[in-house]
Unconditional design. Sequence first.
Length: 334
Amino acid sequence: MTRVSAGARLHFGFGNLSLSHERLYGAFGVGLAEPRVVVEAEAAAEVDVRVADGVPDGVAADAERHASRTRDLLGVDGATVVVRESLPRHAGLGSGTQLAAATLTAVARAHDREPRVREHAPALGRGGRSGVGVATFEGGGFVLDAGHPTARFTTDRPSDGSWTVPAVAARHAIPESWRFLVVRPDAEPGRSGTVEDAAMRGAVERASPALADRIAGIVARRVLPSIAEGRAEAFGAAVAEVGRLNGAWYADEQGGVYRPPVGDVVATLESSPAVFGAGQSSWGPTVYGVTDADHAAAARLAGEEALAAAGAAGDVAVVRGTNDGARIGPEHSG
């Protein structure tokens, strides 16, 4: 039995959605130590997928699809797969990519094969726009990917397997003292599948190239220097500004710069001195905040107050980033 455990990720935004520029997308985000997806696999004659108690509906079907595709990709027999833990689905934490990569890796290792996650992710439908999930699965940290050549990757989504995962353009270790506030309102899941594809197509078709130029300056002069120098306050302010600019691209698709009730939560968090910057991760509804160990308790309280002010129930956590990729090993390796 092989066990694979991988942390969630936060997605801060894209560098460019305009077809007027030569590179499209260019995502950046960070790997989180928790919550985690945990998948076990053992070689078998057929594919048999089960889920532990508490794992949400829909995860089993997703894992079975990934396990069956992995079997075909690697030319192996089946596997008995058990999903022990899963990430909240379509919440902005990377549940789809992390489950796909963990299932691929567990099945491959159960057959003594190398998973080659980056190579096989496109065939599992992952890494088409953002390469952050694959990159944090591989090695954690802060990741900026290179995006895609616009001429080859335009508004229509290519078929699975016809792209390559964007290369890592920059990776930095997350400082040990940094923490991330994760606020997850009880709200409708974020967009995924064909609905997400349609929303992204609409955003790309209308995207202003001027916004991409502004984001490029923020990334080059603020985001990258602040992560390299370990300045959490500056980093938080910079990624929050990129998130607001990304939201202008999505405003027609999600009803504003942030989807409801994210805007109300972010507005409250922005008034807290313990939260250095806040925004929406991917399509939400997860809200992130950048903080540090000294401000962790105050940041958590700010998150709870922000939910209350928005009239929403939900979960609040303060978590570490991770500078390691997925943990892979025997069943009880921890």
